[in-house]
Design a protein around this ligand. Structure first.
Ligand SMILES: Nc1nc2c(ncn2[C@@H]2O[C@H](COP(=O)(O)OP(=O)(O)OP(=O)(O)O)[C@@H](O)[C@H]2O)c(=O)[nH]1
Ligand SMILES: Nc1nc2c(ncn2[C@@H]2O[C@H](COP(=O)(O)OP(=O)(O)OP(=O)(O)O)[C@@H](O)[C@H]2O)c(=O)[nH]1
Ligand SMILES: [Mg+2]
Ligand SMILES: [Mg+2]
Lengths: 292, 278
């Protein structure tokens, strides 16, 4: 474990008095390995460790009885800081119907998360409308309709439309006419490098003017998390992130990478396939998980 | 990596960065960079351009033993069981694979053993219609092993060449779901000796080091015979197949490069190693 490895590197430093740039190298290396194995991006890890180095050199870690533990505590606190100290809830303020737009790569968990958000809002006494705008994937609309039926939440779809923007327009009119206060808009999975598809969701966003545009990202995402998050944030603009499939054993370092490059809050985590498997994001738990 | 310059520490850091960013993982990267440094010390590589060339050669050598195609001519019906974690592209890959077999004039049957996820059967049915193929299915929520049993029985009765079974996405850490998969495998083996002939694990190029955990766990539980890496049309490089090649030696059959029926190409060690550093 990281803590044990750090204790042994610090054992070698007993009697050195204060920590210096040179003797801290091994300890920083151990943390770096842990971060990279946890899928934290190479460059993000580098910048993060620079910050840690400054903090550690500024504190008298070696005078502690357990310097390795002290060191980890500093790393842990820096991770928590980076992940966002305060949990930010879903913002659904504004005049109804308040739109929430979901986007992300193929298979990241958007449709399932749309269902989860609908359940969350329904439990809070709201009247959400699920909107199906994935006109590409076979049976995507059927999938959302089935989820809506399971939740007793209405789903708006236009079976024969191939125009996501038109679906948004009609959905809004439908929502206003029928007293829905929130619209959860599910979109097709798309690559951040597919200009046509990126433009499509940007146009949907432009029309909807969502209160929240949420990037749905798989917690198993590797080094590419930086490229993905940056692209979607720059080309479309996101307000928050939902990290899915955290019920597995992935360390979830992508969370760090995405926070570092977008500065946007991680609002929820997906922890299962069932529609109640959505939890608020807790930075401390994520930090422990990443450090292994 | 700047071409033609004499080698220094920065050049090695450059290759280390490239490998880590490609998701090759820390351990495998260390091994590859160490062997590169050895070559440099022995004077086998001199310039930074040599580094790139040497690395591509090394990776290609590592991957060549796992460049192996599915031997579908060996049995009839040749049964392929498709597995993997949630959302990696199992159902879509099955459609692409079925398309390849159809093109080579094989009689293909599909089995919809994902009885759990909303509209999973409908999704496979849309593909089957496009392929002009049949799907063996039960109602939602039924026992996936029962579908596997019926599909295998039907494949025998109809003189099918290739039977491809779709299963529900499952995280490898879910013990009950892994047990369910073992049961599906047993049911197939009882019906056709030696089947499933190919246990095909689908993995997603966008995933990071967790892929190794997936492969190890699925392999331990089911003895995987082949892998498909999907979504290589994105920006992720799928470098995790380097540790897979090194530690587990499981053949990579195909790579997925898009969402359409034709977007599946045979794995090539040569092309992959070039794309890794390209
Ligand atoms: N274990 C687990 N599975 C999840 C979670 N969220 C989604 N899934 C599963 O991941 C798979 C993909 O989910 P979808 O909701 O279809 O993903 P999507 O982003 O809509 O996919 P596309 O529309 O094709 O881009 C399904 O099998 C879901 O059940 C989660 O938090 N945990
Ligand atoms: N860009 C790209 N998308 C892909 C590729 N393979 C599959 N997809 C997409 O990934 C998403 C998920 O594909 P599925 O076939 O539903 O994945 P699955 O593993 O069967 O998902 P579950 O059954 O829910 O676990 C769909 O939107 C597919 O179109 C690929 O090679 N490239
Ligand atoms: Mg979807
Ligand atoms: Mg599927």
């Amino acid at each position: 474990k990281l803590q044990e490895r750090l204790e042994s590197t610090f054992k070698k430093l007993k009697g050195y008095g204060k920590l210096s740039e040179t003797n801290i190298k091994d300890s920083l290396r151990e943390v770096r390995i842990a971060l990279l194995e946890a899928d934290v991006n190479y460059k993000v890890a580098k910048d993060f460790l620079e910050k840690v180095k400054e903090k550690v050199l500024g504190e008298d870690v070696l005078s502690s009885i357990t310097p390795g533990q002290q060191f980890i505590k500093i790393v842990y606190n820096e991770l928590c800081e980076l992940l966002g100290k305060v949990n930010k809830p879903l913002d659904v303020a504004g005049s109804p119907p308040v739109p929430v737009l979901l986007l992300g790569l193929q298979g990241s968990g958007k449709t399932t998360t749309a269902g989860k958000l609908a359940l969350l809002l329904r439990k809070k006494g709201r009247k959400p409308l699920l909107v199906a705008t994935d006109v590409y994937r076979p049976a995507a609309i059927d999938q959302l309709i089935k989820l809506g039926a399971q939740l007793n939440v209405a789903v708006f779809s236009l079976k024969d439309s191939k125009d996501p923007l038109a679906i948004c327009r009609e959905a809004k009119a439908y929502a206003m006419k029928n007293g829905f206060d929130t619209m959860i808009v599910d979109t097709a999975g798309r690559l951040h490098i597919d200009d046509g598809m990126v433009e499509e969701v940007a146009n949907q966003k432009k029309f909807l003017n969502p209160r929240e545009t949420l990037l749905i990202i798989d917690a198993m995402t590797g080094q590419d998390a930086v490229t993905i998050a940056t692209a979607f944030n720059e080309k479309v603009g996101i307000d928050g992130i939902i990290l899915t499939k955290l019920d597995g054993d992935t360390r979830g370092g992508a969370a760090i990478s995405i926070r570092a490059v977008t500065g946007k809050p991680i609002k929820f985590i997906g922890v299962g396939e069932k529609l109640d498997a959505l939890e608020p994001f807790h930075p401390e738990r994520m930090a422990s998980r990443i450090l292994g | 990596v700047v071409k033609g310059k004499p080698i220094d520490e920065d050049a090695f850091e450059g290759i280390e960065e490239a490998l880590i960013l490609a998701d090759a993982g820390f351990e495998t990267t260390e091994i590859l960079v160490a062997s590169l440094k050895e070559k440099w010390k022995r004077g086998q590589i001199k310039t930074t351009e040599d580094i790139q060339t040497s690395m591509i050669e090394e990776v290609e050598k590592l991957l060549l033993p796992i460049e192996r195609h599915i031997p579908t001519d060996s049995k009839k019906p040749f049964v392929i069981l498709t597995i993997g974690v949630n959302g990696v592209g199992k159902t879509t890959t099955i459609a692409k694979l079925a398309n390849i077999y159809r093109t080579s004039k094989k009689k293909v049957l599909l089995g919809a053993c994902d009885t759990f996820r909303a509209a999973a059967v409908e999704q496979l049915e849309v593909w089957a219609k496009r392929l002009d193929m049949d799907v063996i299915k039960h109602t939602e929520g039924s026992d996936p092993a029962a579908v596997a049993y019926d599909a295998t029985k039907a494949a025998k009765a109809r003189g099918i060449d290739v039977l491809i079974l779709d299963t529900a996405g499952r995280l490898h850490t879910k013990v009950n779901l892994m047990e369910e998969m073992k049961k599906i495998k047993r049911v197939i083996t009882k019906e056709v000796e030696g089947a499933p002939h190919e246990i095909l694990l689908i993995i997603d190029a966008t995933n990071g080091q967790n892929t190794i955990s997936q492969v190890k766990t699925f392999h331990e539980a089911l003895n995987i015979t082949g892998i498909v890496v999907t979504k290589l049309d994105g920006t992720a490089k799928g470098g995790f197949i380097l540790p897979i090649a090194h530690l587990l030696k499981i053949p990579i059959r195909y790579i997925g490069v898009g969402e359409k029926m034709d977007d599946l190409i045979p794995f090539s060690a040569r092309d992959f190693s070039r794309a890794l550093f390209g």
